[in-house]
Design a protein. Structure first.
Length: 177
């Protein structure tokens, strides 16, 4: 196990990590593998989308999910004011979409992407392992991000290996059996 001098450990319980050491903190956080999603919304007559790996289930009753967005993100207003969003869980063959929705203009992000608009104006990306159409439930300020909680109103899934992200690399979640 590698320990950074600023990291807390059992042998140095009073050590305080440097708040400026973002690179080592990110490296440590990369040890936790996540799924990869593209969150979409429609606001002020435009489609908005971004790659996100902070997605998580919160509750079964009511059905709630969460994800977080940096308050300085160009799409922050769209996601916090549109009233709803759709989380698309990317399948393994959609690695290119994870990259495409991470940078560039909104037009560039959606360019050439097979998609379907739901009656709510939610946007489903074709080929996703699953999607969750959500109504905005609550916003929670947390550090330099806002946690967005959504109430799931519709969802669908298919039997496809989901895209994973671990230690800055893409992989896949799937059955070994």
């Amino acid at each position: 196990m590698r320990l950074h001098p600023d990291a807390l450990s059992a042998s140095t319980p009073n050590a305080i990590p440097s708040p400026k050491d973002h690179a080592n903190y990110r490296q440590a956080m990369a040890s936790f593998g996540t799924g990869v999603t593209v969150v979409t919304t429609h606001w002020q007559d435009f489609d908005w989308g971004m790659t996100c790996n902070s997605f998580s289930s919160v509750s079964l009753e009511p059905r709630l999910v969460l994800w977080s967005i940096r308050r300085e993100a160009s799409s922050y207003e769209a996601f916090t004011r549109s009233g709803g969003f759709t989380v698309n869980v990317l399948s393994h063959p959609q690695q290119h979409l994870a990259r495409q929705f991470a940078t560039g203009s909104q037009e560039q992000r959606f360019s050439g992407v097979p998609q379907e608009h739901l009656s709510s104006q939610g946007i489903c990306l074709q080929g996703a392992a699953a999607w969750f159409e959500c109504e905005l439930h609550q916003l929670v300020e947390a550090g330099d991000h806002t946690i967005i909680l959504g109430r799931v109103v519709r969802y669908a899934s298919q039997d496809a290996p989901a895209l994973s992200f671990w230690r800055s690399r893409f992989g896949r979640f799937g059955s070994d059996a």
